[in-house]
Ligand binder design. Structure first.
Ligand code: SAH
Length: 202
């Protein structure tokens, strides 16, 4: 799988090593695990999806993170992307709004030995008490850039986020100054994610 990712421009060793290490089949229902190493998005609980490996790799590479950095992930889902970030040596905080997914992924990550800090909450609010973060990675499609997440990003920090309603564009945002208006934005093509929704779902 990782060889195929290289042909798609994924050349960060930190990222390819992490994808090689994390057993994606353990993040899927047994019925689907035979497809785990194909480059496909697959269904998980609550009508959500585990992103396709090339998307996980692409977002992880865009983060341009270095080991030990503090990263906030919005949309824990299955916990696969969370595990990849942990395998990259990052200090990972992850937030999920669906209770069922939060319970499943928290248990799974713990059992597999990934030391992510998992939270049940609304990613629009982020985790102000644990910020600021070096990096923010959003794994659901946001209608616009959430201000709270920009506020919780360190100066010089990077946010990778798909923005748009039906379809999204992958944005790479650098917070240039202390002000949340002081950002530079680069676009990295169209993509399709499940929507970023407000409030919790029990
Ligand atoms: N990173 C996940 C991708 C899951 S799909 C993985 O590797 O499996 C995106 C996830 O974002 C879904 O689980 C969805 O419930 C969650 N989500 C949507 N809106 C959210 C919000 N406001 N706060 C937190 N999580 C949210």
């Amino acid at each position: 799988m990782v060889e195929k990712l290289r042909t798609k421009g994924i050349d960060s060793k930190l990222v390819t090593d992490a994808l090689n290490e994390v057993p994606r089949h353990l993040f899927l229902e047994t019925m689907l695990d035979y497809m785990a190493y194909e480059d496909k998005a697959l269904p998980i609980s609550c009508g959500q999806t585990i992103s396709q490996p090339s998307t996980v790799a692409f977002q992880s590479q865009l983060l341009a993170a270095e080991p030990k950095m503090k990263v906030l992930e919005v949309g824990t889902g299955s916990g696969y992307q969370t595990a990849v970030l942990c395998a990259m040596g990052l200090s990972v905080y992850t937030i999920e709004r669906q209770k069922e997914l939060y319970d499943e992924s928290t248990k799974r990550l713990k059992e597999l030995g990934y030391k992510a800090k998992c939270f049940l909450g609304d990613g629009y609010a982020g985790l102000p008490e644990f910020g600021p973060f070096d990096r923010v990675l959003v794994t659901c499609g946001a209608p616009k850039i959430p201000e709270a997440l920009l506020r919780q990003l360190k100066k010089g920090g990077v946010m990778v986020i798909p923005v748009g309603s039906e379809h999204q564009e992958m944005l790479h945002i650098v917070k240039q100054g202390d002000d949340i208006g002081d950002i530079s934005v680069q676009k990295f093509g169209d993509c399709k994610f499940v929507p970023m929704l407000e409030k919790l779902n029990y």
